[in-house]
Design a protein around this ligand. Structure first.
Ligand SMILES: CC(=O)[C@@H](O)[C@H](O)COP(=O)(O)O
Ligand SMILES: NCC(=O)COP(=O)(O)O
Length: 247
């Protein structure tokens, strides 16, 4: 399926991985990530993000099959740069594939991809995804060296890892925010569409959403956590409103 994206809109991609985390804690089918994807669609989310981890700790292959079959929103598949994940992406042909670093023992994605250090490994993967019509994104740190590597790799999109910003406070947070804003400007100047994500919440999203170059934010863990208290529809709608107010 092809999508026409509104260049003026800051899109909200909702990462539904952690619905599967809760399901997997007990086995069985509840709560179903597909139901979450349908609610996101109804609540005004612009896309669904899933990270099919190598260890399948949350989203599994059958979830991806169902999402690709039934959901009418653009799907952003986060994937490690491995042969297995490349084969899965080429089989499903999602709207976008975001290449992320993965370490089996990490609790969550701890930083950006070393696109500069892994050029030779990443180049054929980026090319094969792009040749299949998949919009390739690289999940990188907001760092000029990594943006230059993305330019060399001809990636049309980068997603800046906002984890350091999300965990910082006071002056340190301001420094991280400036780093992200400068990186977004540099990417945009070089024809790369900047996205951002990781660790974003109702409290910290607005300064990121206010950065004019950003076209998309991908947010998951917090939205699913808040859904326990206010419902998923309200959680997505509230994030959407905060993002719109920041623009
Ligand atoms: C790349 C990234 O930031 C997302 O994949 C998100 O963090 C998903 O959750 P896990 O890190 O728990 O897989
Ligand atoms: N790429 C970031 C993402 O998909 C969501 O990260 P988080 O909001 O779950 O931390």
């Amino acid at each position: 399926m092809t999508f026409t994206l509104d260049p003026k809109k800051l899109r909200l991609g909702v990462n539904i991985d952690h619905v599967a985390t809760i399901r997997n804690a007990r086995g069985g089918m509840h709560p179903d990530p597909m139901r979450a994807a349908h609610i996101v669609e109804a609540a005004g989310g612009d896309g669904i993000t899933v990270h099919l981890r190598e260890d399948r700790r949350h989203i599994r292959d059958a979830d991806l099959d169902a999402i690709m079959r039934e959901i009418r929103l653009p799907i952003n598949l986060e994937m490690a740069a491995t042969d297995e994940m490349l084969e899965i992406a080429l089989r499903h042909k999602p709207h976008a594939a975001c290449i992320v670093p993965e370490r089996r023992e990490e609790r969550t994605t701890e930083g950006g991809l070393d696109a500069a250090g892994q050029h030779n490994h990443l180049a054929p993967i980026v090319t094969r995804l792009a040749d299949a019509g998949i919009r390739v994104s690289l999940f990188i740190e907001p760092d000029a060296r990594q943006i230059e590597a993305a330019i060399r790799l001809k990636a049309p999109v980068v997603e800046f890892h906002t984890g350091k910003y999300a965990h910082a406070e006071g002056e340190e947070r301001e420094i991280e925010l400036r780093r992200i804003a400068d990186a977004a400007a540099l990417a945009a100047k070089n024809g790369i569409e900047p996205h951002a994500g990781h660790g974003l919440t109702f409290e910290n999203v607005q300064p990121i959403a206010a950065i004019p170059h950003f076209a998309e934010l991908n947010i998951g863990h917090y939205l699913i956590g808040e859904a326990i208290f206010i419902g998923l529809e309200e959680s997505v709608r509230k994030m959407r409103t905060l993002m719109d107010l920041a623009r």
